[in-house]
Ligand binder design. Structure first.
Ligand code: UD1
Length: 431
């Protein structure tokens, strides 16, 4: 493979920024929105609340001037955890919100206690009954009150929920031990572009001075660092020179550092363009996932695929989610040598992976299996592409443009090299 790839807008920014548009009683234009199933679901959720949304390419126009309800439907929340983020803006703007508990998912239990406790600290009355979170603000103004909130863990979602809620609160809110992820900063910049007063996003203490009302905006989302890292790993695992743009290299610091340890060179050709130059051979290294600026959990599975083909032993420790190593069994089916003890995976590098039918267990696991399949000898068939479509925009189109041999198959066999093993009309497959 070789060539250039355009990196799409960040999924995790898009999801929370679309939810954040609920704060605004005027038009919001959001640019660089990736075309993803999750983003479409967030749009559906807003529509169900009475919001008018129109899309032109990667531009989304949102008019949330009239909200017909503050009640999020379970059918959508159960399919998209991020839809829980709407509780913050709905409560801040309407003084009332009813959002179903999202429940766990394949990577972990994923409670929302930190979101709830923070909203309570801001004066909300929150009751959880029959799987529903009912939150309301008493008093004639129905406005939340600024508060000092310490998060037990720097949760991305809780930081975002509370930051959005605080934009319209009375007085000042300080979120201590806040998440520092770039998507949190993107959300803060978006809110500030609507007249919010948020300082310190990107540090561990975020201060929000509440304002009574926000105004219209035109805002572009940052590039997706996880997609960019996935393409860097694609270059490393297939020994290919690939250029990526646009990217914000600072957001990729942990991924770049690990790739360099593995023996791959990363060159900055321009401030927003990185090129991966393959090295002589791949060496194992250790990785521990942590909140930003630590190594992202969302890049763990893809790096595991790479380390399975890197010489020597690597230890991967997953500390963010309790059940995010389910791709190990599938990589082992392809000939990898990985053992798991609790949240630790010991990867013993093998010289070769061999293609096999595999099943994706979650979004980033599906990307890891595509990467492993690109490097493996013979055919690989990946089932469960609904996971992939949640978070990667046109992954196969982008990989094909680089010269990869793969095909999305919902019907017949097409690839000359790798044959389709499964033909299930309800589950798309890669081969
Ligand atoms: C976000 C990202 C996800 C990423 C994750 C960690 C979005 C849409 N998703 O998820 O891609 O993998 O950050 O970088 O932005 N926790 C609690 N109580 C809470 C909230 C979280 O115990 O109230 C725990 C979670 O179970 C998990 C850890 O905190 O173990 C991290 O979760 P969090 O940072 O909240 O991740 P999300 O916002 O769900």
């Amino acid at each position: 493979m070789a060539g250039q790839v355009k990196i799409s807008g960040a999924k995790n920014s898009a999801l929370v920024i679309i939810a954040g548009a609920l704060l605004c009683p005027q038009d919001c234009r959001i640019r660089n929105v990736p075309s993803l199933v999750d983003v479409a679901r967030m749009g559906q959720l807003l529509s169900s609340l009475g919001v008018k949304i129109s899309q032109h390419g990667d531009v989304l126009d949102i008019d949330a001037s009239d909200l017909s309800t503050s009640q999020a439907p379970y059918e959508i929340v159960s399919q998209l955890r991020a839809s829980f983020f709407t509780i913050g803006p709905l409560l801040a703007r309407q003084g009332y919100a009813q959002v179903p508990l999202p429940g766990g998912c394949t990577i972990g239990a994923r409670p929302v206690d930190l979101h709830v406790r923070g909203l309570q600290a801001m004066g909300a009355d929150v009751q959880i009954e029959h799987g529903m979170v009912n939150a309301y603000v008493a008093g004639s103004s129905r406005r939340l009150k600024g508060a000092k909130i310490y998060l037990d863990y720097p949760s991305v979602g809780a930081t975002e929920t509370l930051m959005m809620a605080a934009t319209l609160a009375e007085g000042e809110t300080v979120i201590e031990n806040a998440a520092q992820e770039p998507e949190v900063v993107d959300l803060a910049n978006f809110c500030n572009s609507m007249g919010a007063r948020i300082r310190g996003a990107g540090t561990t203490a975020i201060t929000i001075s509440g304002v009574p009302r926000l105004h219209s905006t035109d805002y572009a989302i940052i590039p997706d660092r996880v997609e960019a890292a996935t393409f860097l790993v694609a270059g490393a695992i297939t020994n290919s020179e690939i250029s990526l743009a646009p990217v914000i290299p600072d957001h990729l610091t942990p991924a770049i550092a690990k790739l360099q340890e593995i023996g791959v060179q990363i060159v900055a050709d321009a401030p927003d363009c990185l090129r991966i130059v393959p090295g002589e051979g791949l060496r194992g290294t250790d990785i521990k996932t942590l909140p930003y600026p630590g190594f992202p959990t969302d890049m763990q599975a893809q790096f595991m695929a790479l380390l399975s083909l890197s010489e020597g032993d690597s230890v991967i420790t997953e500390t963010v989610f309790e059940n995010r190593l389910r791709h190990v069994a599938e990589l082992n089916r392809m000939g990898a040598d990985i053992r798991v003890e609790g949240n630790i995976a010991v990867v013993r590098g093998v010289p070769l992976l061999s293609g096999a039918p595999v099943v994706a267990s979650d979004l980033r696991a599906s990307a890891a299996l595509v990467l492993a399949g690109l490097a493996a000898k013979g055919k690989t068939t990946i089932q469960g592409l609904h996971h992939l479509d949640r978070g990667y925009e046109k992954l196969e189109v982008k990989l094909l443009s680089l010269g990869a041999r793969l095909q999305r198959v919902t019907g017949a066999i097409v690839s000359p090299e790798r044959q389709l093993g499964v033909n299930n009309p309800t589950v798309n497959s890669y081969q």
